[in-house]
Write a protein that binds this ligand. Structure first.
Ligand SMILES: [Zn+2]
Length: 1096
């Protein structure tokens, strides 16, 4: 066919910022259209009867005769696809509003491979983040979340006009009938399976081999300036002004790691360029001591039936230990709502220097907008601790009730105004390390003896300085070149990995798509949505000759496809044996994108039609994953699975446990939680093998029913992936989210075949790691893939005392391969003061990090403990912390007052929210809870709080609100009083967006927002479109801005009073009293009483 031999032009010259939706007509939209130009093709004839199939690779009948179309003129004409942009027709002006906070310095550059800020809403369709085109006017700075894309269902999937005459591609030859279902017919089973891949097993040593060369081998003479490898993420190699060239003797070179897209503009004032509008009230950031919050009056205002207990009446204000104490005392007779702690928005952008005056500074709240200057400690986005001063002893930590843990998010997106991470190349010798503990050189290693030795800040060992790394010390005792060397002055740097960090050549970026084509998947439109999403997202795969793709479909059998360009059309190869799977070919199942682009596009277009009449209801999910894994085994890579039903066949098949679970929960069965554990070890065993070969699995569950997420999620959990959940899947409203999720998945900053280790100062030791990874040895975790959204929690315990007046160091080293096949070591350092004063622990506590820790611990406990116990433990944790503060730091206060440490004053509110969360409340489906647990497992600090304590915005009055320069309004408190029946509200938790429409909403509002004239006409499935009126524009702006902040395409749902959807919405109003839970005020009273009873 004509196009198969033409160069894959779209990939070679991606339009810098073209809208990439097939229906786009903007400049440079040539990327996809060429690929989509097959739609109107007439299909080939049925395969000749008797065509070979079975073991022999089967040639599919010509699926279509691609019509050569000039690239420029090519236009997507998907069957069923609207020619007009389905939605999101955000006018340019509004797009600029939503995303235009960052000047785009380089609109002409090729799209940033990474971090490509998903986001731009072009007026053309979806293409989440589709940068281009829109850039000049609307460039999402970074944190490019999957923003705005289209909410309209992608066109795909409609039966094409040609379908009726087109034989299913690869249909069972010989069978004659074109309507026969696909799988199951192939005769492969009769022949011996080909041997499995015999590739060498890459065995990743848990940790990089120590760089012995650093000290014992003669130093190579000065290396001059080694060729600088291109920065991993395609950013311009900058130098950042460091290393002015004086230090050439050692040739340590630095370059910027542009994890961030090239555009780095100053954030617009007052407009948070990323991150949620802060609404953290803890006055962190200044480091100043904060007065405790006193809560007098709580008792006095309690309902009568909760009073009593012999508690003395609130006393007169007393002087707690803080010098600022007493400043917030109110009259005890009545609760002043203003004294109840609420999150308050942070007013402005904070410029945050990580160290000042030789000391760590307190990081701003994760939810505030801040710009980090790395002055020795890492950015808190990369790593932050539950406490900003480390207790000298384990006893002190225990006394505080607080956890000691780090949240590590090694690829978190920086603010666009932040300096990129520097790349340092030590040449063949590799990065300098402590010869005892193998810690990497960092700003806290102390050079002594005229620079001839350096003392490790973690283990205290005195190392010889490599001769070529020597430098004199200045009068301040620092090396004279310290400020010129990123590794000596920055908290985070990246080192070029030397051979000793390689056990094989760095792997290419491999993406394998596995699509469920069983009957349900086809009939619900899930298969079409998956194919459409992949077809559109492929153009966002990392550029480069080493990017490879493969694809397979499955029902009761597995269908591989060979996509070689030299073939006229894709070959289908069927594997019917789902108990003992194998791969039909040793090669050609995974090819460089450039070699199979056209064929892949064709295939994706035709899959929904090929299987249109599939009646096979079974789904061999586990077997299909295993088969895909075999194809990927020699390289590793990302396996993206689109699954729609409960896996029912072959290895790893599951049974419906839901009914059983529902009965157990309602009867209060003590064993109910066991249904939240994997049913057996089959998938876990499989996942461990995947991880060993660096295969990461992401599962997209587009389903209408129970699929046993508790069992399925083990695979992504163990391999560094995640579960995406679309329930109940809607072919109308979910394809846009599916596409946006997929696009962000493959375009965000990420690394492969990673190994991570966290080291800490002597006196502490790592206790455990939590997150999505595989752990084979106690000290390291293996991450077949890691990306900007993944966070790993690391807990610590004391094994000795830390010295007061010293600092405690933490160092995270992440060895990984970037998408360009370069091996790197990202080293993230944090050094904090040690303290023996309990009051300092409270003063320097980090609320959000602690809460993220409690959230993960709660989720972790769900499969092994009954829910009431989990809720009780969460509440007790909160009580213990506050009681410790009350007892040891505010003991002179009257017991009639609830006194909260300033830094943790929102802990009760968040704890209450946690006990009412989807994961911890009694009602709810098993799969919803399992999904929640799997999501929490790798959630970042930034998203932990909103997941349980969402934001609620009124959106009916967006046009009348005072313009305070922020795109989104201030959030409302989460109680029913704030939800009026004549209003429309948006509640978002980073995952879902619930739009509550009151019963008495002005019809004009309905007309403007949804283009319906009455409540009754509102559709159940929401596709939020933008219409030509101000209200509609603003609603879309708000939604898109939230998507950008969250790096997540919210799943929008309409909720109405009197329907289950309305009840669901109200379940998030966590300040309300509910049958099984306290109101916020009641909870404060409860906490207070518990503290009092512990005190007596
Ligand atoms: Zn050491």
């Amino acid at each position: 066919m004509a196009s198969s031999s033409s160069p894959p032009q779209p990939r070679q010259s991606p339009p810098p910022f073209a809208a990439q939706n097939p229906t786009a007509q903007g400049p440079g939209h040539g990327a996809l259209p060429a690929a989509f130009s097959n739609l109107q093709i007439s299909r080939g004839a049925a395969p000749p009867p008797g065509a070979p199939h079975g073991l022999t690779p089967q040639t599919a009948p010509p699926a279509f005769v691609p019509r050569p179309a000039p690239l420029a003129a090519a236009r997507a004409t998907f069957p069923g696809s609207p020619t007009a942009p389905p939605f999101v027709r955000a006018p340019t002006a509004s797009a600029a509003l939503s995303f235009g906070r960052s000047p785009a310095p380089a609109p002409q550059q090729p799209p940033p491979p990474f971090g490509g800020p998903p986001g731009a809403v072009s007026q053309l369709p979806p293409k989440f983040g589709g940068p281009p085109g829109a850039v000049s006017q609307s460039l999402p700075p970074f944190r490019g979340p999957p923003a705005a894309a289209s909410q309209a269902p992608p066109p795909f999937g409609g039966p094409s006009a040609a379908a009726s005459q087109a034989p299913p591609f690869g249909g069972p030859p010989g069978a004659g009938s074109q309507t026969l279902p696909f799988g199951g017919l192939a005769a492969m089973g009769s022949q011996p399976a080909p041997p499995l891949f015999g590739g060498p097993r890459p065995t990743f040593p848990g940790q990089p081999v120590a760089s012995a060369a650093a000290s014992s081998q003669p130093m190579p003479p000065s290396f001059g300036a080694p060729q600088q490898p291109p920065p991993p993420f395609g950013g311009p190699p900058q130098f950042g002004g460091l290393r002015s060239g004086v230090q050439q003797s050692f040739a340590a070179q630095s370059a910027t790691i542009s994890q961030q897209p090239p555009f780095m503009g100053p954030p617009r004032a007052n407009a948070p360029a990323f991150g949620p509008r802060s609404w953290q009230s803890q006055g962190a950031g200044s480091g100043a001591m904060q007065p405790p919050i006193r809560m007098p009056g709580i008792l006095g205002s309690m309902p009568p039936n909760t009073l009593g207990q012999g508690v003395p009446p609130p006393g007169t204000p007393t002087i707690p230990y803080s010098p600022h104490a007493g400043t917030q005392v109110s009259t005890p007779s009545k609760i002043d709502p203003n004294q109840i702690p609420w999150p308050m928005p942070e007013a402005s952008v904070i410029i945050y220097e990580t160290r000042q005056g030789g000391q760590a500074t307190i990081p701003p709240a994760a939810s505030s907008e801040f710009i980090v200057k790395d002055t020795g400690n890492c950015s808190p986005r990369l790593m932050r601790c539950t406490v900003n001063q480390v207790p000298c002893t384990g006893d002190l930590l225990t006394m505080s009730g607080m956890p000691l843990a780090l949240m590590v998010q090694p690829f978190s997106l920086p603010h666009p105004s932040e300096e990129p991470i520097q790349l340092v190349d030590f040449g063949e010798i590799g990065p300098i390390r402590c010869s005892r503990c193998k810690a990497y050189i960092n700003p806290f290693m102390r050079f002594v003896d005229q620079g001839r030795h350096f003392i490790c800040n973690l283990c205290g060992f005195s190392n010889d300085t490599p001769r070529d790394y020597m430098c004199n010390l200045g009068p301040d005792g620092r090396r004279r070149d310290a400020d010129d060397r990123p590794e000596l002055c920055r908290g985070t740097v990246e080192f070029v990995a030397t051979k000793e960090f390689l056990v094989r050549d760095p792997m290419p970026a491999v993406y394998f798509f596995l699509i469920d084509v069983s009957m349900n998947a086809i009939q619900t439109g899930a298969t079409a949505a998956a194919c459409s999403a992949i077809a559109q997202a492929i153009s966002d795969l990392p550029e480069g000759p080493r990017t490879m793709v493969g694809i397979a479909t499955f029902d009761s059998a597995i269908h591989f496809y060979s996509l070689k360009r030299s073939q006229q059309q894709p070959l289908m190869l069927i594997v019917p044996d789902v108990q003992d799977v194998y791969i039909p070919l040793q090669t050609a199942l995974i090819l460089p994108v450039s070699e199979c682009w056209e064929n892949l596009k064709q295939l994706l277009e035709s899959i929904p039609d090929m299987f249109e009449n599939n009646r096979v209801a079974d789904s061999a999910f586990g077997a299909a994953m295993k088969a895909a894994f075999l194809a990927m085994k020699s390289t590793g890579g990302k396996l993206l699975v689109f699954q729609s039903v409960l896996p029912s066949l072959g290895v790893g098949s599951l049974s419906a446990r839901e009914a059983e679970g529902r009965a157990n929960i309602t009867t209060g069965d003590k064993e109910a939680h066991k249904l939240l554990q994997p049913v057996d070890n089959t998938l876990k065993t499989m996942a461990l093998e995947f991880a060993e070969y660096q295969v990461c699995v992401d599962v997209f569950l587009t389903t209408q029913s129970y699929v046993d997420i508790a069992s399925i999620s083990v695979v992504p959990h163990t391999t560094g992936g995640r579960v995406y959940y679309y329930y109940p899947f809607s072919a109308l409203s979910d394809p846009a989210k599916l596409f946006n999720d997929l696009r962000w998945n493959i375009s965000r900053p990420q690394g492969f075949e990673a190994v991570m280790r966290v080291r800490c100062s002597q006196g502490l030791q790592v206790q455990d790691y939590f997150g999505n990874f595989c752990k084979r040895v106690p000290t390291d975790i293996d991450l077949p893939a890691i990306d900007s959204d993944k966070t790993v929690m690391v807990t610590f315990k004391h094994d000795d005392k830390l010295q007061e007046n010293s600092e405690c160091g933490f160092q995270c080293a992440l060895l990984y391969t970037n998408v360009y096949g370069q091996r790197r070591i990202r080293v993230i350092n944090l050094s904090l003061s040690c303290t023996s004063m309990l009051s300092n622990l409270f003063r320097y506590a980090d609320l959000e990090t602690q809460f993220a820790c409690f959230l993960k611990q709660a989720a972790n406990g769900i499969p092994t403990s009954p829910l009431p116990r989990i809720r009780e433990e969460a509440t007790n944790t909160c009580i213990n912390i506050l009681q410790s503060y009350r007892k040891h730091c505010a003991s002179v206060s009257s017991s009639g007052q609830l006194i909260l440490p300033e830094a943790l004053k929102l802990l009760p509110l968040y704890t209450l929210a946690l006990t009412k969360s989807v994961g911890l409340r009694n009602d709810g489906r098993l799969d919803d809870r399992s999904y929640w647990m799997s999501h929490v497992s790798s959630i970042s600090v930034l998203l932990a709080v909103p997941l349980v304590f969402p934001r609620l915005f009124p959106i009916h009055d967006l046009t009348s609100r005072a313009d305070d320069d922020s795109l989104i309004p201030s959030p409302l408190m989460l109680n029913s009083e704030n939800v009026r029946e004549d209003g429309v509200y948006l509640l978002e938790n980073g995952e879902d967006g619930l739009i509550y429409v009151g019963n008495m909403v002005d019809p004009t509002t309905l007309e403007q927002m949804f283009r319906v004239s009455s409540l009754a006409a509102l559709p159940i499935q929401l596709v939020l479109e933008q219409f030509d009126n101000e209200l509609s524009r603003k609603v879309n702006e708000v939604v898109n801005e939230i998507r950008r902040q969250r790096c997540s395409y919210l799943r929008l749902r309409l909720c109405r009073r009197g329907e289950p959807s309305g009840d669901y919405f109200r379940s998030f109003l966590i300040e309300d009293k509910v049958p099984v839970g306290f109101s916020y005020v009641e909870f404060l009273v409860h906490v207070h009483r518990q503290i009092q009873s512990k005190m007596t």
